[in-house]
Design a protein around this ligand. Structure first.
Ligand SMILES: Cc1cc2nc3c(=O)[nH]c(=O)nc-3n(C[C@H](O)[C@H](O)[C@H](O)COP(=O)(O)O)c2cc1C
Length: 404
């Protein structure tokens, strides 16, 4: 996976387009409506430029970071993404093993094609992405299984009370599991390697929910029918309080972008927020997560860890996010591109690319330790970050924001 063709994360995007049938690639790639938020997520990073220091001893650079009670080799987490079997027969296991080898945390989606227990057998650093669904018995069961399997954290996704409008899927005829039809036949036929795997090793099951279809009965006959019926529009912060008490460990709320919601997450018992718009797949017009970090940090101080999720494609993006007040970043599409191209090895290479880029960025910034990144490393931050954060490390800024 270290061939000259794959030098950066975007090279893997092009590679994924070459190996996946069009309906699958566009499912991976697509955003909601006009994909304005999808584009903005990455574009927003470009509007921040660095203020580097020179003639600093950068012989040793530390990327290590403690997040969600875990020591990570760098401030990066693999975001939860559903249905990895679509992208590789190695499924979620390929990504989880790559994360383990890189010393990073893997997040398993409720909509995964691998079980909670199988992921637990593959890595020590693991988070489960949960939904509070109408079938509260399922949510309770997931919490119990995560506790039993030794998960480090749970993240609750809150930006999906209804499914986003992803028009690419309507145009390409995407289905799960994928189905050959007159309209999709050609796209599968020109990707014979992928399609052959579909026939010989299907394994397209929602491994953590399909047993509930039988359990709840109620005339529901398929997993998709079950899932579609499970979005609960009545979920509120009261339910988050319930989940925090039920789980009792590190809990991140994933999919909020405002300071008010971050404060509500803190008050409901969360220990972290994943500032995220679901990779532009839900509300089109939602702001880029990176732009939301300073005001959230200003509001919650040190009470919450902040993880930025959406549009991260470079090690320099992670450095910018930390300088603006985040504790870590999280990526979805980048590791799925790696998984599509090369399974576990592809994900390992993606994570190594991001690690090297981040190390180079810190060296060129004259910053020896990720914990020392702060707003003074970003140009013209007046008006972007609160004055309490100027020129001081996030830790000090957090104390200042808390009035400590
Ligand atoms: C194919 C795909 C599937 C996803 N599935 C889920 C999911 O099941 N649960 C969830 O909370 N987020 C899901 N997400 C959103 C990711 O967790 C993450 O927020 C997003 O990918 C970050 O943006 P990025 O792809 O630009 O890195 C999914 C994203 C993609 C691309």
């Amino acid at each position: 996976m270290t061939s000259k063709k794959f030098i950066n994360v975007q090279d893997y995007r092009k590679g994924a387009k070459r190996v996946l049938p069009a309906p699958v690639f566009h499912y991976l790639e697509g955003g909601a409506d006009d994909e304005i938020t999808l584009r903005e997520n990455t574009a927003a990073f470009d509007r921040y430029t660095f203020d580097p220091r020179v003639l600093v001893d950068i012989e040793k650079i530390s990327l290590r970071k403690r997040v969600l009670g875990c020591d990570l080799a760098m401030p990066l987490i693999l975001s939860p993404t559903g249905m990895s079997r679509l992208f590789s027969h190695e499924r979620e296991l390929g990504a989880a093993r790559a994360a383990r080898n890189a010393g990073l945390m893997y997040s398993l989606s409720t909509m995964g094609t691998t079980s909670i227990e199988d992921i637990a057998g593959a890595t020590d650093l693991k988070m489960f992405q949960i939904y509070i669904v109408k079938d509260r018995g399922l949510t309770r069961e997931h919490v119990a299984r995560c506790r039993e399997a030794g998960y480090n954290a749970i993240c609750l996704t809150v930006d999906t009370p209804v499914a986003g409008n992803r028009e690419r899927d309507l145009r390409t005829g995407f289905t799960m599991p994928p189905r050959f039809s007159p309209s999709t036949f050609l796209s599968f036929a020109i990707r014979p390697e992928w399609s052959l795997r579909l026939l010989t090793d299907s394994n397209f099951r929602f491994a953590n929910i399909d047993h509930r279809v039988d359990a709840i009965g109620d005339g529901v006959t398929s997993v998709i029918e079950y899932v579609n019926g499970q979005f609960d529009r009545t979920v509120t912060w009261r339910d988050v309080e319930w989940l925090a008490a039920e789980w009792g460990g590190p809990l991140a709320i994933k999919g909020l972008v405002t300071a008010d919601d971050a404060a509500a997450a803190r008050d409901a018992g969360a220990s972290a927020v994943m500032v995220s718009n679901h990779g532009g797949r839900q509300l089109d017009g939602a702001p880029a997560p990176i732009d939301c970090v300073p005001r959230i940090r200003d509001r919650v101080g040190s009470a919450l860890e902040i993880i930025v999720d959406g549009g991260v494609r470079r090690g320099a993006h992670i450095a910018k996010a930390l300088a603006l007040g985040a504790d870590a970043c999280s990526v979805g599409r980048p590791y799925l591109w790696g998984l599509s191209v090369g399974g576990q090895a592809g994900v390992e290479h993606i994570l190594e690319i991001l690690r090297k880029e981040m190390e180079t960025t810190l060296a060129l910034l004259g910053c020896q330790d990720v914990d020392n990144l702060n707003a003074s490393h970003i140009c013209d931050v007046e008006g972007i970050v609160p004055t309490s954060m100027l020129g001081v490390s996030p830790a000090k800024a957090m104390s200042a924001a808390n009035g400590l």
